[in-house]
Ligand binder design. Structure first.
Ligand code: UT7
Length: 325
């Protein structure tokens, strides 16, 4: 008897060149570095250049992940891009990324779960691999959130940034009793009754405009810690693991206070928690793979480590995955 594991082969990330600091923002709107750092932990964000598209950010992250995996783009037979800021209404950003990678095989599609997009995409790719639908998946979170921000609204525009991250998963057929490896379990949740707490006030079918991000920040905050803890505990229960066994907690990078709150509730120490929100603000679906990339590059996350990823965002959507790296 054998089983299929979805093992991690590579990780990559990309942040656009242009940096916007809190002080830069304070020149545009009534805010301050002090307020932003105290309430969110954010110090700066990266902003895509004019003409630099979500698929362009995804492309750099994907190439870095391929290089990290020692693979060619032609090895990939599944591309899933988590994004809420696609290049076009259609085709999918994944199809455009596939074209930019110069490949035509396999399948490619987007997942729209806002800030949870990467976690949803990872769980989807894992299911494709475990059911034999794909062998090598490029899983991307990529966003140009700067394009949907209302730059006059200080309650939202200070919180977000642009970026992309990518992970490559590969099918490995092993004996049924082989040691655990790769994605061990995931849980995904959605509760659409909360849609109007975090949304974009435009769209193809409703207004035929792109719209701007609107958020009841306090309401999102109120729900975030509980939802995150819930889904992380569910994934731990599925695998029979405890928080003590985790090597790394890689949360969605929205707000330092939410990360700290979830860590406290779950009993995960700061030392095990990867935090990058100070460096790039909330990059929505890109935030978890960017944090994974940083922590792999700087030598924190190593082969064999037990890594919990989680995210929560518009919808509401929320989810978590436990990965033996
Ligand atoms: O992936 C999920 C995405 N979203 C999130 O994670 C966001 C979740 N929510 C949050 O992170 C927090 O609610 C915020 C950071 C958005 C806001 O922090 P808060 O501690 O909940 O502040 P608040 O909304 O209660 O506002 C406090 C004060 C208000 O002034 P008054 O009414 O007390 O006079 C705001 O008008 O801060 C004011 N304020 C600002 N001041 C300076 C709001 N935004 C700013 C700003 N600069 N940028």
């Amino acid at each position: 008897m054998t089983k299929i594991q979805s093992v991690v082969r590579g990780v990559g990330g990309y942040l656009p060149e242009r940096v916007m600091t809190n002080d830069d923002l304070a020149k545009l709107i009534d805010t301050s570095d002090e307020w932003i750092v105290q309430r969110t932990g954010i110090r700066k964000r990266h902003i895509a250049a004019e003409g630099e598209l979500t698929s362009d950010l995804a492309l750099v992250a994907a190439r870095r992940a391929l290089e990290n995996a020692g693979m060619d783009a032609s090895d990939i037979d599944l591309i899933i891009v988590g994004t809420t800021t696609p290049d076009m209404t259609f085709p999918s950003t994944a199809a455009l990324l596939q074209q930019k990678l110069g490949i035509t095989g396999g399948s490619a599609f987007d997942v729209q779960a806002v800030c949870s997009g990467f976690v949803f995409a990872m769980a989807t790719a894992d299911s494709y691999i475990k059911t034999g639908m794909a062998r090598r998946a490029l899983v991307v979170g990529a966003e140009t959130f700067s394009r949907i921000l209302d730059w006059t609204d200080r309650t939202t525009c200070v919180l977000f940034g642009d970026g992309a991250g990518a992970v490559i998963l590969e099918a490995r057929e092993v004996p049924a009793d082989a040691p655990e490896d790769g994605v061990l379990a995931s849980s995904l949740r959605t509760d659409g009754s909360h849609w109007d707490k975090l949304y974009v006030d435009g769209g193809v079918s409703s207004t035929q405009t792109i719209g701007h991000l609107r958020m009841e920040g306090r309401e999102v905050f109120r729900h975030a810690v509980g939802m995150i803890s819930d889904v992380v505990e569910e994934v731990l229960a599925k695998t029979g693991k405890t928080t003590d066994e985790l090597d790394w907690f890689v949360p969605h990078q929205a707000n330092r206070r939410i990360i700290d709150g979830a860590g406290r509730k779950l009993g995960i120490s700061d030392a095990k928690t990867v935090v990058t929100v100070d460096q790039h603000a909330n990059t929505s679906a890109a935030s978890v793979p960017l944090a994974l990339w940083v922590a792999c590059e700087d030598g924190r996350i190593n082969k064999g480590d037990l890594v919990m990823i989680e995210a929560m965002g518009g919808g509401f959507t929320w989810g978590a995955s436990l990965i033996r790296w």
